[in-house]
Ligand binder design. Structure first.
Ligand code: PLP
Length: 413
């Protein structure tokens, strides 16, 4: 058997030309954008798709009988099929458009969990959740009497999988776990976790906000019941994302918001609901943003997951090695399986000051708790500085970051 041909390497200089913002100067210096875990930059293809929609196709969807409305409706529904293919979901009807990961998780919390959970039932999260995959469960726990439990994490920022097994009990109704940690970069073994949960009949939700931009995702291979992601982190517009839900579960879930487009029939006294996914998309949706999301997913697939993965791994390894050689710098999050996130501390300097000095050099990183306060508390630190890479970042940019951190050390010596 011949081995599959290796994917051609990524031509980073070429792909950078697809992103107009990467040629901007910031504070008189070339922009070095290393805040991709917060939001990614947009290729021309996405910017053009959104502006072309407004310039030539804008109309409301699902309502009009006129040409433009029909065209907008077709374009909108095509992206649903596009997202389904991207996630390898079994059908477009299993994809609900939302404003992003946060809204997708709140939808499951309020539509599925609120009516399902009983006092004493347990929701299992992990100790490395973004607040988006923690606070909605705390809210629904307060509404139902359920209890939120968390899988502890190790000093390296990995899940304690032995503890995980012990936390799956007869009371556990839901496992809600992050695929890739935004604060630490850890890639969790979600396929294995989902299968352990399913052995006990536990429903599973995976927060894919940070995995979709870096890894090929196959919701059927993971086996999860729900999967959420945000468009803006995968090179698409802000204000749009999607929830994948297993058809049988979506079918049995009540609406969580009422309004136009989500009904079958309405009288003054009573309404009946449309089938999913329309049942969960009340009101005029984010049409242009959905069109932009479709263009973003097309773009990512044109570049290819394999070259993206290879390049990002190389960048992360290079950055990790360079940082390990820096005096007074500590990496936070050293899991064996990591996506391209580098959280770090500079001895004696608050992460916000690190960020401010780097900003003077035109380098954009993030400093803070990254909406993951329990992670910071567990590691006994208030915050970290975080550089997060996308496939359009370069070794030269890593070098610029390292020079910037050396300057931080000198400024605060
Ligand atoms: N989950 C993770 C792991 C994230 O990193 C983020 C955003 O940073 C979210 C959820 C929330 O995403 P959004 O704000 O796009 O809804």
């Amino acid at each position: 058997m011949t081995a599959p041909a290796a994917a051609p390497p990524l031509d980073v200089d070429r792909v950078r030309q697809d992103f107009p913002i990467l040629s901007e100067r910031v504070r008189g210096k070339p922009l070095v954008y290393l805040d991709n875990a917060a939001t990614s930059q947009k290729p021309r293809a996405v910017i053009d798709a959104v502006s072309r929609f407004y310039a030539t196709e804008n109309a409301n969807v699902h309502r009009g009988v006129h040409y433009l409305s029909e065209r907008a409706t077709v374009a909108y529904d095509e992206v649903r099929a596009r997202v389904a293919r991207f996630l390898n979901a079994p059908s477009p009807e299993t994809i609900v458009f939302t404003r992003g990961t946060t809204e997708a998780i709140n939808l499951v919390a309020q539509s599925w969990a609120r009516g399902t959970l009983r006092p004493g039932d347990e929701i299992l999260v992990t100790g490395m959740e973004h607040h988006s995959n923690l606070v909605p469960w705390q809210l629904v726990a307060a509404q139902t009497g359920a209890v939120v439990r968390a899988v502890p994490i190790t000093d390296a920022g990995e899940l304690d999988l032995r503890a995980f097994d012990g936390l799956l009990t007869d009371r556990t109704r839901l496992l809600a776990a992050v695929h890739v940690s935004n604060a630490l970069g850890t890639i969790n073994p979600v396929r294995w976790m989902v299968s352990r949960a399913h052995e006990r009949g536990i429903v599973t939700l995976i927060d894919g906000a940070q995995s979709v931009p870096h890894l090929p995702v196959d919701v059927q291979a993971i086996g999860c019941d729900f999967f959420a992601f945000s468009g803006h982190k995968v090179f698409g517009p802000t204000g749009v994302g999607a929830l994948y839900g297993r058809a049988e579960l979506l079918e049995g879930m009540p609406p969580w918001q009422g309004g136009g487009d989500m009904i079958e029939s309405v009288t003054l006294e009573h309404s009946t609901w449309a089938r999913p996914p329309a049942r969960f998309e009340a009101g005029t949706p984010m049409i242009a943003e959905v069109i932009g999301l479709g263009a973003a997913l097309d773009y990512v697939e044109t570049i290819g997951h394999a070259p993206i993965g290879t390049w990002e791994e190389e960048l992360l390894a290079y950055a990790t090695e360079r940082f390990r050689g820096l005096d007074g710098v500590r990496l936070v999050g050293t899991a064996r399986e990591k996506a391209s996130v580098l959280s770090f501390l500079v001895e004696g300097v608050h992460p916000h000051d690190v960020g401010a000095v780097l900003d003077d050099d035109g380098i954009a990183i993030r400093a803070g708790h990254h909406c993951a306060q329990p992670v910071m508390r567990r590691l006994g630190i208030p915050a970290t500085a975080r550089a997060s890479f996308a496939f359009y970042n370069t070794r030269d940019e890593v070098d610029a970051l390292v020079r910037g951190v050396e300057r931080v050390r000198r400024v605060f010596a």
